[in-house]
Design a binder for this molecule. Structure first.
Ligand SMILES: N[C@@H](CCC(=O)N[C@@H](CS)C(=O)NCC(=O)O)C(=O)O
Length: 453
């Protein structure tokens, strides 16, 4: 096969023998392969790289005297199998894999660093059959090749055991990692082109200076002090969207969806206590005098179901709605329309009775009815609408943040959410999501669970 060979800092293309899969191994064809920062170090500082790896017992053990074929951030396709394999994945199946080739009783060869395990810059590789992960249909091969790098990023974030209240700082290659992984973090990268890429990927990003500022800013201005919450105001620029919200309002759903989508936006708080929703300034943004309002580069959007659908369609990578299936999409819209037009309105009878009547006795009668109507609504959701584990079954969607949002109101409406086990279980699952935890902290002042929710 042809391969890029590396030895002691030199790189050249050559013909070498095809790898032959051994027991438990698959032979795969490399489709695409990323250049890892570690590869650059291995080429530029080969001796120091090997020395350090040996000292810390690391997996990178290229020898100085034997050539290696680098490349461990790959997507490949199955060609054949060695003896003693199950052959569950058909030839041509695209795969990713942990770049390690276990050796019976002798640890593992690091694929792309060991002379015994050529990496993705050769045409073929030997990989362990049980470490193969098939790539889902529709996922571009180049994206699949990022799986290894993303896994390292996820692992690093998980190792820090974030609770949801921290401000993680990702340096260097992690700059494009999306908020879904890193929550409300700060990304920094010294290279202008990577910062540009990060912005293009709509990752949230700050310059080095902003990173320094961010630390002070967050310490000096806790969320809620100013009109803009530094906690969620991450990138500024002409195209940055603005979400107008009030804590604990239905804007919570749009807030979560924006965080799930990993999109740059600015969260602007509207203080109902000061009737800011009816100020001339806000009415010029949303004449309805309600939140949420989402200011986009094309104009202002209001109405939660519309905002949620806009976010889902504008940022399809986040897979927040089934745009590939008209019927299923209609089901999603149907659920969200019910929440908006029926459940939310039932709840509003508690404190917004003046919308429908002037007589204080009528307001009291409306308020008294709320526990009953909200119970009826959630009974129906529990019995007929909720599929599980997410609202629409296996696919997380824009229904989920919206259901959580209205479910958070139940206690205040005199209804115990625990009488709806599916809805309560859903809330518990939602609380585990970094985007929810971030939004929750801003809307409710604590991470879920901290006050016995
Ligand atoms: N149908 C709208 C309802 C918006 C709405 O009523 N928002 C409430 C907060 S949950 C609001 O702004 N209330 C302020 C007021 O009524 O003055 C939507 O779903 O976005």
């Amino acid at each position: 096969m042809r391969a890029v060979i590396m030895q002691d800092g030199r790189l050249w293309v050559d013909e070498i023998g095809n790898p032959v899969p051994e027991a438990g191994e698959a032979l795969v064809r490399s489709l695409t392969c990323g250049i890892c920062g570690s590869d650059l170090h291995a080429v530029k500082h080969t001796k120091a790289f090997i020395q350090t790896s040996r000292e810390v017992g690391g997996a990178f053990k290229p020898t100085e005297d034997e050539p290696v074929v680098l490349g461990h951030e790959f997507c490949a396709e199955v060609v054949d199998y060695g003896p003693g394999t199950e052959r569950k994945l058909r030839p041509d199946t695209r795969i990713c894999s942990v770049p390690a080739l276990p050796q019976p009783g002798a640890g593992a060869h690091a694929v792309g660093y060991s002379p015994r395990a050529p990496g993705g810059f050769g045409q073929y590789m030997r990989l362990s059959e049980r470490l193969l992960v098939p790539v889902p249909d529709g996922l571009p091969t180049d994206y699949a090749a990022l799986a290894e790098a993303m896994a390292v990023g996820c692992h690093a974030v998980a190792m820090a055991r974030p609770e949801g209240g921290e401000v993680p700082l990702a340096k260097g290659a992690l700059a494009p990692v999306r908020p879904r992984l890193l929550g409300d973090g700060v990304r920094a990268d010294p290279a202008p082109h990577r910062r540009r890429d990060a912005r293009r990927l709509r990752a949230r990003h700050r310059s080095r200076r902003a990173v320094r500022d961010a630390r002070g800013l967050r310490a000096a201005r806790p969320p809620g002090r100013g009109r803009e919450d530094p906690g969620l105001t991450v990138a500024r620029g002409g195209d940055t969207m603005k979400l107008y919200y009030s804590p604990g309002s239905c804007a919570f759903a749009s807030h979560i969806a924006l965080l799930e989508a990993g999109v740059e936006f600015e969260a602007v708080r509207i203080d109902f206590g000061k009737a800011e929703q009816r100020s001339a300034e806000y009415l010029s943004i949303n004449p309805k005098g309600r939140v949420p309002a989402l200011v986009t580069e094309r104009g202002v959007l209001s109405e939660t179901p519309a905002i949620l659908a806009f976010i889902a369609q504008s940022f399809p990578d986040a897979a927040l709605a089934p745009f590939d299936d008209p019927f299923e999409l209609a089901r999603v819209q149907s659920f969200n329309s019910y929440l908006c037009a029926t459940v939310h309105v039932a709840h509003a009878h508690k404190v917004r009775g003046s919308r429908w009547a002037d007589d204080p006795r009528a307001h009291e009668a409306m308020r008294a009815k709320v526990p009953e109507t909200m119970t009826e609504c959630f009974d129906l959701i529990e019995r007929e609408m909720f599929e599980g584990p997410w609202v629409r079954g296996e696919r997380y969607s824009i229904c989920d943040p919206y259901l959580l949002t209205l479910g958070e109101w139940l206690a205040g409406d005199g209804v115990d959410r625990d009488r709806f086990p599916k809805v309560a279980g859903h809330a518990a699952r939602m609380y585990e999501r970094p985007a929810v935890r971030t939004a929750y902290r801003l809307h409710y002042g604590a991470v879920p669970g901290a006050q016995g929710r």
